[in-house]
Design a protein around this ligand. Structure first.
Ligand SMILES: *Cc1c(COP(=O)(O)O)cnc(C)c1O
Length: 394
């Protein structure tokens, strides 16, 4: 898409100093994305550091148990640092380095993107500062320690609700004050152009691999690809190379929290409206005055009040479908996949697993569905135990 527009969505709704920064970034990215040397170095990092390509695993027991479509799991949980986040972070850190930047800043919610950015900064010898809502620093103390251990500074953000959206705002403010040596390593397919495109391109290695692997194993493309959607980066990565393959159904699974008819939800497509926030036009959860509404999900990684502009466009055009999945359904899927396949998925990914459990039995046995397992679930065990009324720590 030219000008960073996806239909009416996307764009650059930002202040003048920030405009300067994104224009510099856009110019550099346009150059390096076609530079064979850059692509070779990135592939090296993916393969030798992150552990790519990730497996496409045939979930035979789950398939047999559900009695319908053949289910494959794309194992992004096996990447270094335990999720798909590293794909984007390695790409942006390498780009920043080529641009002569020596300092990375990032927002983080639960801490997954912060840890991935701190990891890339350590690897590449860059300074790193991570902005994190003060509420989240308390809830995710282990990740705060991991980031410090990796040599990063963590700055608690106290404005607003002191959570992810406030951390994004604060990181944008910091970037506009200091762009000469600093790159903002944004964590999802959101924010002003060119971020949604850059993050999507780096994550699109997921669908590139799924396509190759599915052709090798099955001699054809899958019938459906499922992924959970927070800002939408793992889903955009899993969908991208299938957008032109109209027979492949693309299904994003949103966090419905306690249900889309309650106020405690983060399902943007199901409950949101068109708006402008964090430099982009897209769908956002809003109150009656058009202010960004507080959102809720058991999964900290899906707890964002908006959705990336390219998803909003895939939704408008009908190319992708978005379905809400509740906390209870996600927790059941978390437990089911652990028991059935010996794979503990991130609670975010469990939202996609849950929809696969509903979809597979409705399809015949010659159909193939791929579920993107965006991350591993070790980080979620204490919270899920608590959800089930068991306190494993305190
Ligand atoms: C951050 C995170 C997500 C949500 O982010 P997207 O940009 O929507 O992919 C999903 N799964 C895991 C494991 C995460 O860490």
């Amino acid at each position: 898409m030219s000008n960073g527009r996806f239909g009416v969505h996307g764009g650059q709704y930002i202040s003048e100093p920030l405009m300067k920064a994104v224009l510099e970034l856009e110019e550099a990215y346009e150059h390096y994305k076609n530079d064979p040397q850059f692509q070779t170095e990135l592939t090296e990092l993916y393969n030798n550091y992150a552990g790519r390509p990730s497996r496409l695993y045939y979930a035979e027991k789950m398939t047999r148990d559900l009695g319908g479509a053949k289910i494959y799991l794309k194992r992004e949980d096996l990447n270094h640092t335990g999720s798909h986040k590293i794909n984007n972070v390695l790409g942006q850190a390498l780009l920043a380095k080529k641009m002569g930047k020596t300092r990375l800043i990032a927002e983080t919610g639960a801490g997954q993107h912060g840890v991935a950015t701190a990891t890339a900064a350590a690897l590449m010898g860059m300074e790193c500062v991570v902005f994190m809502g003060e509420e989240d620093t308390k809830r995710q103390a282990l990740n705060v320690y991991r980031m410090r251990l990796l040599g990063s500074k963590v700055v608690p953000v106290t404005s607003g609700t002191a959570t992810l959206k406030d951390a994004v705002s604060e990181t944008m403010r910091e970037w506009s004050k200091r762009i000469s040596d600093t790159h903002y390593c944004l964590g999802s397919v959101m924010g002003p152009h060119p971020f949604p495109t850059i993050v999507r391109d780096f994550q699109s290695v997921i669908s590139k691999e799924i396509k190759q692997q599915c052709l090798e194993k099955e001699g054809r493309l899958p019938d459906a690809v499922l992924a959970c959607v927070g800002g939408g980066s793992n889903a955009m990565g899993a969908f991208y190379h299938f957008i032109e393959d109209k027979d492949v159904q693309l299904i994003g699974c949103e966090a419905a929290g306690r249900g889309v008819t309650t106020a405690e939800t983060a399902a943007t497509i199901a409950t949101g409206r068109l708006g402008i926030f964090h430099g982009m036009k897209s769908y956002f959860c809003q109150d009656e005055y058009g202010q960004i509404a507080p959102v809720y999900s058991i999964s900290a990684g899906l707890d964002y009040p908006g959705i990336g502009p390219e998803h909003a466009w895939l939704y408008d055009t009908g190319r992708a479908q978005y379905v809400p999945v509740t906390d209870e359904e996600a927790v059941c899927a978390f437990e089911y996949l652990s028991r059935t396949e010996g794979i503990i998925p991130a609670i975010e990914s469990a939202h996609a697993v849950s929809h696969a459990m509903k979809l597979a039995p409705t399809l015949s046995k010659d159909k193939i569905i791929v579920v993107n397992i965006s991350g591993r679930g070790d980080k979620d065990c204490a919270a899920i135990a608590r959800y089930r009324g068991e306190d494993i720590y305190e």
